[in-house]
Design a binder for this molecule. Sequence first.
Ligand code: FAD
Length: 621
Amino acid sequence: MEFKQTFDVIVVGGGHAGTEACLAAARMGCRTLLLTHSVDTLGQMSCNPAIGGIGKSHLVKEVDALGGAMGRATDRAGIQFRILNSRKGPAVRATRAQADRVLYRNAIREILEAQDNLSIFQQPVDDLLIENGVVAGAITQMGVIFRAPRVVLTTGTFLGGKLHIGLENSSGGRAGDPPSIALADRLRELPFRVERLKTGTPPRIDARSVNFAGLEEQWGDEPLPVMSFIGDVSEHPEQRCCWITHTNERTHEIIRAGLDRSPLFSGVIEGVGPRYCPSVEDKIHRFADKNSHQVFIEPEGLSTPELYPNGISTSLPFDVQIDLVHSIVGFENAHITRPGYAIEYDFFDPRDLQYSLETKALPGLYFAGQINGTTGYEEAAAQGLLAGMNAALAVRGEEPWCPRRDEAYIGVLVDDLITIGTIEPYRMFTSRAEHRLLLREDNADLRLTPQGREFGLVCDTRWQRFEQKREAMERESQRLATTWVHPGSAEEQQLAAKLSSPLTREYSLADLIKRPELDYTDVASIKGEPTADTQAAEQVSIQAKYAGYIDRQKDEVARLRRYENTALPADLDYDQVDGLSNEVKQTLGEARPETLARAGRIPGVTPAAVSLLLIYLKKRG
Ligand code: FAD
């Protein structure tokens, strides 16, 4: 049966990528349909109940700056907030929130159901409608045909999903959810490169069976941080404590003794797992010299005693899981509420995508999230937002958009994926961004909100708040630059205890902030009234303190921008480029990067090879 109403954009999958994708398309005025297995699992966190962290909060804040839902939902669901790396420089500071799973899902559902232009329909999608070589819609399990010229697939770990506990395995998209088999089979018929990856999750534990005496407590930060630029601490629910315990030699012995029944080590699992989130059996195998690993005990929510023991993800047989859990201090009598497991699933080589996340082989079809080989809610949300907005731009007949690497972590993520691809689940780190002093989580709104507003992604409330902040920043910067402190003055006396040497000339407040021994909080109120806008104050403070470094990075970006704009012809014959090694010629011939900058980011393509390409292009004219 063909559904009467047609849509501009169809999004398949209501996880972290899918929800941001459909919200973005709908915010941009497209008639949007979200097709998903279950309305009750919209925004479901498949694994750890936490949002943000190093590199990841940068993505959340960028999604938020572009009007997305993840930051707002986190503020409503977060039961513990911390700023990681708070003593380090602002580039690597990261907000992390422990989230109540149910509150998070509810918040996402509320945002979706309040969105104009968005319809939701609960049905698995089994097939794509393809007409004349382009996508034309999606076909559900009960045979309903939904039409739209743009379809975004965000099916996560569900394609051909296989769950492993010990040597037993079963089909599933994640525990408790069915896999997508028909759609996976259909996609394998299309000209996409497909591979398998795997990921895993720990057993969950009933808090009532845990002995917390002697476990290290970990509370959130005070004052309480927020995740969204328009978030407020008054939205946060009750805050909770986490704890820390450790594995020990006994735990490791139990794991080693069970390895012969591990799907990972017996070769039953073929997919590659996440390097930075390894299973506990992987950890004791790879770091054999370590006799202990940390386990963070995190509450799953306010309304449940279930705990998430972060650090003991495992797919060992259940009897081994019980023994390994019981060997850990505090867990001696712990009751496991859900066993840990690993999941293997299909993902598609992201090098087959354009930077808009539209597939190269099938016009109109976009991939976003774990389907592209990434891991993590935040990475998925960022891609979802981008795919949804690019689908909407295409519907409007406009050019696609993706921020550059020096503009956003979203740009770094997409550029890494489509240029280099991935052979293991890809997660974001601040170290992946070469211009990280420019890409701080605190300035994501300044970098992206104006652009988001132009596209129609940013609502009036957020825009007004943004403009107020920008004005407050301007006023405060102006005040700092034009307020002077004279040697021997009463203001200098106020700073005397902190100053490393007496002032020898007059200083503006902005110059004083640049001195290593002083910061904004020391000088802002010694003369005049500082801004009451805390976000504006933070910005002005960072900009003043790091002005020299920031300017240097901007110069570097300007220099590299030349390469970013230097196109490499699609038909370039790399065999003709003098001096390139055969290996580099082959790599470039296969990857066919669109720009010189992109060529330089391909592993194995050295700066010397980039210079040779530049010389060749100049000669070629
Ligand atoms: P998902 O969140 O998986 O959402 C996919 C959505 O698509 C679901 O709503 C599903 O119902 C729907 N769907 C699928 N197929 C169809 C279809 N045919 N028709 C309609 N709807 C469909 N990440 C980490 O960062 N660290 C970890 O340690 C970690 N461990 C994990 C462990 C497990 C067991 C699992 C399952 C995931 C783990 N993840 C981990 C990954 C994290 O959950 C994902 O990265 C993230 O959820 C991906 O978001 P997504 O939107 O791409 O897909």
